[in-house]
Design a protein around this ligand. Structure first.
Ligand code: LMR
Length: 399
């Protein structure tokens, strides 16, 4: 009997499997609105000018590729912490934050989960309903039981805020609550600052442990505005984790650059957390890769490049907003009569279209337009060349 005999095939990944299907499609008209990847007006994944300039600087001083520390490049970790928490964050200035370079946002979540598993193995994890498809897998594979809290209201195309509060109010003390810092994936429905304040009050009252997934900082309202929840959690005095990623905002998808940050009670606890975190990294991949993090560190630590990058992020954010507006207007002009307000009120890369799995399948088969079965469509992959075809296809399947 083979050692692998018990393994059954599983369905393709709900996001990455769509890219596989897209790649296999021979149609010259195919459009991929599945995976969360920003594509520019020319239909290309952009190579940012700030990144190109940082690369040119690095090329001036080639160096051998030895092992990095387990925690990554120190200048990268520090710059990431400043970006995520704000340079004047009292937690940062107080030496209470541990930051570690990771393999993208997924790696950050996985290292964060691994550390929490050492600290609170009995806890359970709650993710939003719906959430990024990979959250459940990451936390279950780390050994956690994963439940959900209500989040999306299909009637309004917005947040089910009462449901969210009610479910958090039922959670056992110590529960790890995964929250999307901004640009909720997949719904695009974010909490207002006032709603965050209410959520934080419940987290605090019920002794829950927030874990912020922060993969889209800057693509919502701005780099500073998007960190509202992070700052508010620090102000409230909570201990928590943040997973950040540069895949989208630096257009460095394949470089796998992210970071995990833990806000601890004091500097001595931070030292213990950092020491244990190294064992989590060691058991998974020993130490992270160099190149992408060098680029990000060079941009974030060089004022002119940092300023250029901020402009480039603003450019992506504005283009996504413009595409949302064009998508909505296009559908209205095509005669879709349902309320489409949600397209322009949702923020970030995704619109949660309300299309059913059957409608999404028809969109693929008849129009070669690929989105997720959940109805999620990536607005960041729309451009002037493909929007008419997308509008025509979506209008046809919406009926
Ligand atoms: C997405 O949600 O499409 C992205 O975060 C890519 C991924 O790895 O799922």
């Amino acid at each position: 009997m083979s050692v692998f005999a018990s393994l059954q095939p599983v369905p393709a990944d709900p996001i990455l499997g769509v890219t596989e299907a897209f790649n296999a499609d021979q149609s010259p008209d195919k459009i991929n609105l599945g995976v969360g990847v920003y594509v520019d007006e020319q239909g290309r994944i952009p190579l940012l000018d700030s990144v190109t300039a940082a690369q040119a600087d690095l090329d001036q001083a080639p160096h051998p590729y030895g092992y990095l520390p387990q925690t990554g490049i120190p200048a990268y970790d520090q710059a990431s912490a400043k970006l995520v928490f704000g340079a004047n964050s009292p937690a940062l200035l107080g030496g209470r934050i541990v930051s570690i370079q990771t393999l993208g946002g997924t790696g950050a979540l996985r290292i964060g989960a691994g550390l929490f598993r050492l600290a609170t193995p009995q806890a359970t994890v709650l993710i939003s309903d719906p959430s990024w498809e990979n959250h459940r897998l990451i936390f279950e594979r780390t050994g956690y039981t994963v439940g959900t809290y209500r989040y999306y209201d299909a009637q309004t195309g917005g947040v089910d805020f009462d449901g969210l509060l009610a479910d958090l109010n039922q959670a056992a003390a110590g529960t790890i609550v995964i929250l999307h810092g901004c640009c909720h994936n997949p719904t695009g429905c974010d909490l207002t600052p006032a709603q965050w304040d209410q959520v934080i009050a419940v987290l605090q009252e019920r002794d829950l442990v927030p874990f912020i997934d922060f993969a889209y900082q800057g693509l919502g309202h701005g780099l500073d505005q998007d960190r509202y929840v992070v700052e508010a959690l620090v102000d409230a005095g909570l201990e928590f984790a943040v997973a950040n990623s540069y895949s989208k905002t630096f257009s460095l998808y394949g470089e796998r650059v992210g970071a995990i940050h833990w806000v601890t009670a004091d500097a001595s606890e931070a030292t213990r957390v950092a020491s244990q975190a190294k064992t989590v990294v060691r058991s998974l991949y020993s130490n992270p890769p160099t190149h992408g993090a060098e680029l990000v560190a060079a941009v974030l630590n060089t004022p002119e490049l940092g300023a250029l990058w901020e402009q480039e992020v603003a450019g992506m954010r504005d283009r996504i907003k413009a595409m949302r507006a064009a998508f909505r207007t296009g559908l209205e002009s095509a005669g879709v009569s349902r309320d489409l307000n949600y397209i322009t009120t949702q923020v970030g890369m995704f619109t949660y279209s309300g299309l059913t799995p059957t409608q999404m399948a028809r969109l693929r088969q008849d129009f070669h337009i690929y989105g997720l079965d959940s109805g999620r469509l990536c607005m960041a992959a729309l451009n002037q060349s493909n929007i008419e075809r997308v509008v025509a296809g979506v209008a046809a399947v919406m009926g």
